[in-house]
Design a protein around this ligand. Sequence first.
Ligand SMILES: [Ca+2]
Length: 92
Amino acid sequence: MAPTLDRDGDGVVTEEEIELAKQEALIEKLDAQKQLAWLAAVSMPVYALLPAVLPIGVDKLNTMAAMSDMLFLSQASIVGLFFGAQAYMAKK
Ligand SMILES: [Ca+2]
């Protein structure tokens, strides 16, 4: 069955039930953003340590090195934007 806004099953969707659904949607969105920021933050050291633990040839190392600038810049941007948004929303 599809999820419904009518939580207590009385057949009526009240203002509180709508508000509750909105808050849950917001929390879900913030959780997803937090996961994304974590993934971005963790991927940087993992990417940096990969050549140390994996037997990677020089050719592939050169390719990884060429990609690392943009990758780190974009991942750091995601992390920075996440914390920037957190600070902005805390001020509001
Ligand atoms: Ca209800």
